[in-house]
Design a protein around this ligand. Sequence first.
Ligand code: TMP
Length: 213
Amino acid sequence: HGARTTGRGLLIVFEGCDRSGKTTHCTRLVSELNARFTAQFMRFPDRSTLVGRMIDAYLKGEKELDDHAIHLLFSTNRWEKVDELKRALENGSHVVVDRYAFSGVAFSAAKDGMSMQWCKQPDRGLPRPDLVCFLDVSPDEAQKRGGFGRERYEKLEFQARVRQNYDHLMDDTWQIIQTDHKTMDQVYAEVMAVVERTMQSQINQKPLTPLWP
Ligand code: TMP
């Protein structure tokens, strides 16, 4: 069966501030991977579940929730999908995820009185990604892109704090891709290059490990 994977699939996560282009690149990556392997797309928040609908209402400003409560809902929204995620990987499918626990921490910890340490706890034990593709966008550039400002966190000052928090979450599984002043195709080429490199380094099929030991 040619290029099809025999072992587990790769867990590839996209992170970044709002309007960084994650969703566009995730979608394209999934369809191109599907031409050669099996690949699946997931996104967080997944607004289709019961918990996801509460998150959606919160983000749209239709519902108020304590900062701790919404943080735990975002985490619950990942845990309710973890079986599906692990099953897909074990069946040899690559999974491309638009936002993950890193968004959970970076966004919640940008609020007053919310520590990174507290925020990390509920997501401890989720599968650690093989690659985190961080699409970096300056707040000024993000604001110029369409749709910015519609939802709760889409404010310049808040996004700058989120960006700082991301710095504290980066490790050797992260690849930072600068998107300012680049075309979509240029950015995508860089995405594909880091994905190919991750595939090479995963040739020995390292098992999944838990997040945040
Ligand atoms: P989205 O635009 O990717 O659908 O994400 C919606 C917003 O939710 C975005 O501003 C980031 C934020 N968010 C959190 O605050 N915590 C989380 O755990 C996740 C996944 C997203």
